[in-house]
Structures are given as structure tokens and as C-alpha cells.
Write a protein that binds this ligand. Structure first.
Ligand SMILES: Cc1cc2nc3c(=O)[nH]c(=O)nc-3n(C[C@H](O)[C@H](O)[C@H](O)COP(=O)(O)OP(=O)(O)OC[C@H]3O[C@@H](n4cnc5c(N)ncnc54)[C@H](O)[C@@H]3O)c2cc1C
Length: 412
């Protein structure tokens, strides 16, 4: 009987184990090593506890390395994931942006369903065991004097883990694999904007852009959430990913986020709307001018950034130039932001095992036969919205399929 060890009991590792057992059942011995006392910690954290497991619109374009990812996703598209989980007894639903969640709206359901399957197939799960090294000798893998035919590294990333480096990396490097540099991705973006504290907790819909030295590198429409010292929300997380990639090899410490608060209207149209409001309500005070468009705290910040000093004056005291300045802030609200290097305070990490050392879609090492990598341990990261968990499951499925093929062909 072939023995398979999986280091990591997260989304990718669990998918490897289940796919192997579903296909080969009693003909393989599958053992998971998990350093936490429970499996699937990050599945539980996903979607703010609701379990954002995939995205209905997933494609290779949602990842940093589309060419490598394409065949992996092609073998495990969103309908494969939906069917797989439905066969376990879990129904998934999607929201307006295609984000897939369990019907229960709780990530616990995903993990419960996976645990029940793992128990049924008698997958051995060794909790509370941190594997800091393994050996490859005589064509076998050795973990604590136990011998395995296949080894799958599904150890994820150090995002949100409070550690500097996963020790298992040393054993992987010893076997000739390289690792690319690690950068935080999908994180809030820090800003020292003057009025950020007063905006904390406020949400606004905007076309958000990120620019380095005046050059816009990504833009996306959606909800921006203001925090005490940072901008957050899904669009901002996605901008942070673009920023991380762009600044990897550049010595840049700051950039700008620019918000267009009324992207469907031209500058002239916004100007005309304000003028119409002023003409109809000349007695309004300046701090009342924008209240029909924006939250009160946002309105005040816009006015302050426009250089208006006395908010208690009548709106008909505003000059055409004052109105132009207000419109300019509404259409191009600038936030100077700093580039975070904090690897623990983000949802995913850019970087991991260098893809040049790994076959796609089998995810077998090009250096060592029967050694596989999956999930975030690889240098693959996706956008916010279910794409990272989708890749974890898809890559786990591909690893298992490749091992199954090998085992089946050995037996012939
Ligand atoms: C706060 C947060 C929110 C997120 N929200 C979403 C979301 O909504 N949608 C989405 O798609 N993605 C989300 N992600 C990202 C997603 O969770 C990960 O990309 C995904 O879990 C990666 O799966 P994985 O199997 O590669 O790694 P992981 O899920 O991290 O699993 C790796 C496992 O290996 C274990 N391990 C690591 N090293 C060792 C070792 N040496 N020995 C033993 N065990 C080890 C770890 O404890 C862990 O359980 C979120 C991440 C975070 C941190």
C-alpha cells in the first residue's frame, strides 16, 4: 500500500487527502500533519466568517501567474468545486459579485462537512505537530523516522501567522528548489491622511485607483472602508495586491490612492449639480452643500481638502473657483499611502516556491520525483473574493489526480 504524507491541514491539503481517498480508498494510507490543534483555521477566517470558498467567475486572470494557473483551474473549474462540495452535502450560493458561500452563511459548515468526509475515509490527522524538516533518502520521504512514498507540501503561507519563515522551507531548499521573495498582499493600505480618524468606520462606494509617481497601476469600483489609520474594503485589498507586485523590486515607500466618488458623472456634470443645488438653496450653509450626496464626515473632509475655511457661510458665497476645487476633490480624492512590508498582517502572501521548479498542472517538483506542492506554499496569489481558496482546492485536486495516475499506472 502506498503511503502519502501531507504537511498542512488547510484547504489544499484537505482536498488532496479527500480526493485520494475517494478514488483509492483502502489502497492508500494518507496522513496529514497539522501544527495547529485543529485543521482549516484559514477556511474559518474566510469571508469574515461566512466562508468565501470560491468565486463563480474564477479564471486564470485572477492570479499573478495566469499561464501556470490556467491548466490547474481548467481541471477544477467553479462547477467542479460546486459539484464536489454538493457531493459532500454542502450547498453553495453566490452573491452579486460571484463570491461563493455556504448556504448557511457560515464557514463552520465548510469545515464540518470536510471533517465528516475525512473521518469517513479514515484519513489520519496528526494535530499539534509542527514538521520543521523532512528527508529524502533512497527514493522515499522520511518524517520522524516514518517512511512515505509521496510527500505533499500544503503548508500555506505565513500570512496572519505571526512567524517569519516556515522551517519546512529549509528542507525544500536543500532539495534544490528556490523561493521567491515574500510580500504582503490583500491587506489594508496605511495612510497618514489628516482626517482619517474622523472617517473611521465610514463606507463609501468609489472608483478607487492606485498610483505610483502619478502612474495609475490599477483601478477598481466598489466599497471603500475607512479605518483609524488605513483604507480597507475589497477594492482596497485588490489595489494592495497590485501595489505589492509593482513595488517588489522598486525602492518605493509611498504611493497614492485616488477615489472618484461619483465615477458615473463627468467633472462638468458634478459641477452643474452643485451649482443647481446652490441656485435652488442659496441660504444653505456650506457644510450642508454635499449632504445630499455623501455621508456627513465625508462631506466635511471634502470641504476641508478643498481649502474652504468658513463652513458656516452661505453657499452662494462660494466662487466658481471654490466649486471647481470641491468638484476636483470629489472626482480625485487623494490619499498618500505607505507600502506595508508586514507579512503577518495580510490575507495572502505574494511569493513562495518558485514556479520554475514545479510542473503544471501536476504540481510535482521538477527536482524530486513524488514530491508535490499546492496552495499558497507556491508562488501563486489571487485577488480578493474567493480566488485564493479556489486555487487552494483546485491545486489540491490536481496534486491528488497526479498521484492517483501514478499509482494506477504502477499497478498495471
Ligand atoms: C484573515 C484571512 C481571510 C481570508 N479570507 C479569504 C476569503 O474570503 N476568500 C479566499 O479565497 N481566501 C481568503 N483567505 C486566503 C485563504 O485562506 C488562503 O489562501 C488559503 O487558506 C490557502 O490554503 P492553503 O491550504 O494553501 O494554506 P492554509 O489554509 O494556510 O493551510 C496550511 C496549513 O498548514 C499548516 N502548517 C504550515 N506549516 C506547517 C508545518 N511546518 N507543519 C505542520 N503544519 C503546518 C498550517 O497550520 C495550516 O493549517 C484569507 C486569509 C486570511 C488570513
Amino acid at each position: 500500500m502506498k503511503k502519502i504524507a501531507i504537511i498542512g491541514g488547510g484547504a489544499s491539503g484537505l482536498m488532496v487527502a479527500l480526493t485520494l481517498k475517494k478514488e483509492l480508498d483502502g489502497n492508500v494510507d494518507v496522513e496529514i500533519y497539522e501544527r495547529n490543534n485543529k485543521i482549516g483555521r484559514k477556511i474559518l477566517m474566510s469571508g469574515n466568517g461566512k466562508g468565501n470558498i470560491s468565486n463563480f467567475f474564477v479564471s486564470e486572470k485572477n492570479y499573478n501567474n495566469p499561464t501556470f494557473v490556467k491548466p490547474i483551474i481548467d481541471n477544477f473549474k467553479v462547477d467542479s468545486l460546486i459539484k464536489e462540495f454538493f457531493s459532500y452535502g454542502l450547498s453553495l450560493v453566490k452573491d452579486d459579485s460571484g463570491r461563493m458561500y455556504p448556504q448557511s452563511d457560515s464557514s463552520n459548515s465548510i469545515l464540518d462537512i470536510l471533517r465528516i468526509q475525512l473521518d469517513n475515509y479514515k484519513v489520519k490527522i496528526n494535530n499539534d505537530i509542527y514538521i520543521d524538516s523532512f528527508e529524502f533518502k533512497d527514493k522515499f520521504f522520511w518524517i520522524d523516522n516514518k517512511k512515505y512514498d509521496y510527500l505533499v507540501i500544503a503548508a500555506g503561507s505565513i500570512a496572519s501567522n505571526k512567524e517569519v519563515k516556515n522551517k519546512i522551507q529549509d528542507s525544500v531548499e536543500k532539495l534544490g528548489h528556490s523561493f521567491t521573495k515574500l510580500y504582503p498582499s490583500l491587506s489594508q493600505i496605511l495612510t497618514n491622511y489628516d482626517y482619517i480618524k474622523s472617517l473611521s468606520g465610514v463606507r463609501v462606494k468609489a472608483l478607487a485607483k492606485i498610483a505610483i509617481n502619478g502612474e495609475i497601476i490599477k483601478k477598481e469600483y466598489g466599497e471603500v472602508l475607512f479605518k483609524d489609520k488605513a483604507l480597507s474594503g475589497i477594492v482596497i485589498l485588490n489595489l494592495s495586491a497590485a501595489l505589492a507586485r509593482k513595488t517588489q523590486d522598486m525602492k518605493i515607500n509611498s504611493a497614492e490612492v485616488i477615489l472618484d466618488l461619483l465615477p458615473n458623472l463627468s467633472t462638468q456634470e458634478v459641477f452643474d449639480i452643485l451649482l443647481y443645488n446652490i441656485k435652488n438653496n442659496p441660504w444653505k450653509t456650506i457644510d450642508q452643500l454635499l449632504l445630499g450626496q455623501f455621508n456627513k464626515m465625508i462631506s466635511l473632509s471634502i470641504l476641508k481638502d478643498s481649502g474652504i475655511i468658513d463652513f458656516k457661510k452661505r453657499v452662494d458665497s462660494l466662487s466658481a473657483n471654490d466649486i471647481k476645487k470641491i468638484v476636483d476633490v470629489i472626482k480625485n480624492w487623494e490619499f498618500r499611502v505607505s507600502i506595508s512590508k508586514d507579512l503577518n498582517n495580510c490575507q495572502v502572501i505574494c511569493g513562495g516556491v518558485d514556479l520554475k521548479d514545479v510542473e503544471s498542472p501536476s504540481l510535482e517538483s521538477k527536482k524530486v520525483s513524488n514530491l508535490y506542492f499546492c496552495g499558497e506554499f507556491l508562488n501563486i496569489d489571487g485577488e480578493c473574493g474567493g480566488f485564493n481558496l479556489h486555487f487552494a482546492f483546485a491545486s489540491g485536486y490536481n496534486v491528488a489526480s497526479s498521484i492517483i495516475k501514478k499509482i494506477n499506472s504502477d499497478e498495471k
